[in-house]
Design a protein around this ligand. Structure first.
Ligand SMILES: NC(=O)c1ccc[n+]([C@@H]2O[C@H](COP(=O)([O-])OP(=O)(O)OC[C@H]3O[C@@H](n4cnc5c(N)ncnc54)[C@H](OP(=O)(O)O)[C@@H]3O)[C@@H](O)[C@H]2O)c1
Length: 258
């Protein structure tokens, strides 16, 4: 399959989750590289950062979208498709994170994380798939997390829907490849954004959003199914996944707060 994404070859990218953090930094990079970008988030059209970029780049269109609303997903997918007459890359970057103990479980937050981290991608996938199939080419990139590798204490509400997203991607990849649509996932570690601002522990391998965007951009130059970083955290979490449960759970038990 041809790599649609080359820095020198302008393409149309729909970035869903573009107003903050990693999504905003990727949007800036792509515009600098000359790509056409549709930037979506709940308040994309009133985001001051995106408004500054809109003044500078005619290739940027902002489109409000709430991925928790299925109908909005269908309508905005149709609208986004028409903005530049087709989409080459759909990038799903929405994420919500709220750590919690089982004793202080918040079902409302858990449902929000399932909608943002998993079901929103599914709603957009259902809306977009016929259009990509008709176009006969495209690329989907879903930003999951290294947290999808193994459930860690207090983070399950976030990591369980991320793991579901990765599992779904694995199951869909062969079928989509047959339709000339390349599906890629991203499993990366800690990035300094409003999500990780909620963490009260030290985060190994923490990077700035601009660094994360550069690494993702690099990964997009290649065709691998998984874009992943940083190396050390990935190795640690892969080891947890592959070692016997009795060992892995003995390690994660030590992460509990006393
Ligand atoms: N930060 C990390 O350490 C880390 C690590 C691994 C993976 N990730 C993943 O990387 C992605 C980006 O994370 P980030 O840290 O950059 O997060 P962020 O700064 O909170 O950005 C998330 C983006 O998603 C948008 N969004 C949230 N809820 C939405 C909704 N219901 N509908 C439409 N848009 C919505 C936000 O805009 P509005 O709120 O304005 O709608 C924002 O543009 C997420 O999928 C996250 O899970 C992050």
């Amino acid at each position: 399959m041809k790599n649609l994404y080359k820095r020198v070859n302008p393409v149309t990218i729909w970035m869903v989750g573009a107003s903050q953090g990693i999504g905003l930094e990727l949007t800036k990079r792509w515009l600098e590289q000359g790509h056409r970008v549709i930037a979506s988030a709940r308040q994309a059209e009133s985001s001051s950062e995106l408004a500054v970029l809109s003044k500078r780049y005619a290739n940027l269109k902002c489109l409000n979208l709430d991925v928790t609303d299925e109908q909005d997903c269908q309508q905005k997918a149709n609208q986004a498709w028409l903005l530049f007459s087709g989409i080459d890359i759909w990038f799903y970057n929405v994420g919500a994170y709220q750590p919690m103990t089982i004793a202080q479980w918040c079902t409302e937050d858990f449902v929000k994380m399932n909608q943002a981290n998993y079901l929103g991608a599914v709603s957009l996938m259902v809306a977009l798939q016929p259009m990509f199939a008709k176009q006969g080419s495209g690329r989907w990139i879903w930003n999951a997390s290294l947290a999808s590798y193994f459930g860690l204490p207090y983070g399950g509400g976030y990591s369980a829907p991320k793991a579901a997203l990765v599992n779904l991607a694995e199951s869909l990849q062969p079928e989509l490849a047959q339709q000339n649509v390349q599906l890629q996932i991203i499993n990366h570690g800690f990035v300094k954004t409003r999500l990780t601002a909620k963490n009260d522990f030290s985060m190994p391998g923490l990077v700035e959003p601009a660094q994360a965007a550069a690494l993702i951009d690099q990964g997009m130059q290649r065709q691998n199914f998984e874009i992943r970083f940083p190396f050390k955290l990935r190795i640690f979490l892969s080891a947890l996944k592959t070692m016997p449960y009795s060992w892995a759970l003995a390690i994660t038990r030590r992460m509990l707060k006393s």
